[in-house]
Design a protein around this ligand. Structure first.
Ligand SMILES: Nc1ncnc2c1ncn2[C@@H]1O[C@H](COP(=O)(O)OP(=O)(O)O)[C@@H](O)[C@H]1O
Ligand SMILES: [Mg+2]
Length: 237
């Protein structure tokens, strides 16, 4: 099992005011899955993604990643695993402005242990998202859809086991959103595990499994039937 969460609880303490955000999450994700996490705003989707992605530690509960209890990792070790095994894509792209597309994608490689052929690896990742021709553009001189594709290339460049995407189409028009979903589908077909957070059922139906949370609890966990799955026909140009 790639990811195993057992009774994960996450509370935030703001000056004595405790908010229970995750209230006992039990979840297993196998390598190669394509899972969507759905739920209304404020239900805990991003908090759950941050917990699974080592951006934040749970208050209590057990989290095994690749069979290893993550409690045993120091913060530095978690940061290294996060950099090498996990790729993140956010709604707001989070690219460095006034920096080229290529340099944005090279950036995570500078922190990784394998520094061979940085530029070639970044170019390969950009080709995989259809942006091989745009590498010298500044990241603020390309469209929103292209920015999100750069963000996917940046997530891909360290060859991660898992890609987390939090509302990746939330700031995009429907055509660019469809292209982004096409790329995520392709990456999953190639064997990558994808965990997608969305409140949009039409986006979630690209996945093979939908987990719904409400008020910090999983209220449903189901397979997406092949006949209801949505496949993006928007090819990358
Ligand atoms: N750092 C924090 N301190 C206190 N409350 C927080 C913090 N981060 C998130 N929350 C609260 O946790 C709940 C879930 O947030 P979030 O995981 O962002 O939900 P979603 O992504 O589903 O919209 C919200 O009520 C939010 O206000
Ligand atoms: Mg959120």
């Amino acid at each position: 099992m790639l990811i195993e969460l057992k009774n994960i609880i996450k509370n935030y303490d703001n000056g004595g005011l405790i908010t229970n955000v995750l209230r006992g999450i039990n979840l297993e994700v196998k390598e190669g899955e394509f899972m969507a996490i759905m739920g209304p705003s404020g239900s805990g989707k991003s908090t759950l993604m941050h917990t699974i992605g080592f951006l934040d530690r749970p208050t209590s509960g057990e989290y095994l990643f690749d069979g290893i209890d993550t409690k045993d990792f120091t913060d530095d070790e978690l940061a290294r695993i996060r950099n090498e095994r996990i790729g993140f894509v956010f709604q707001s792209f989070n690219l460095l402005p006034r920096t080229t597309v290529l340099d944005n994608v090279i950036l995570p490689l500078l922190y990784s242990s394998s520094k061979k052929g940085l530029e070639q690896r970044a170019k390969n990742a950009l080709e995989a998202v259809g942006l091989g021709e745009r590498i010298t553009f500044m990241s603020n001189q390309i469209s929103g859809g292209q920015k999100q594709r750069v963000a996917i290339a940046r997530a891909l460049v360290c060859d991660p086991k898992v890609i987390f995407a939090d509302e990746p189409t939330g700031n995009l028009d429907s055509k660019s959103g469809s292209t982004v979903m096409h790329i995520l589908e392709k990456l999953n077909k190639e064997g990558r595990t994808i965990i997608l957070v969305t409140h949009d059922i039409n986006v979630a139906l690209h996945a093979k499994r939908i987990v719904t949370i409400r008020d910090g609890e999983i209220i449903s966990d189901r397979k997406v039937l092949e006949e209801e799955r949505v496949h993006s026909k928007e090819a990358i140009d």
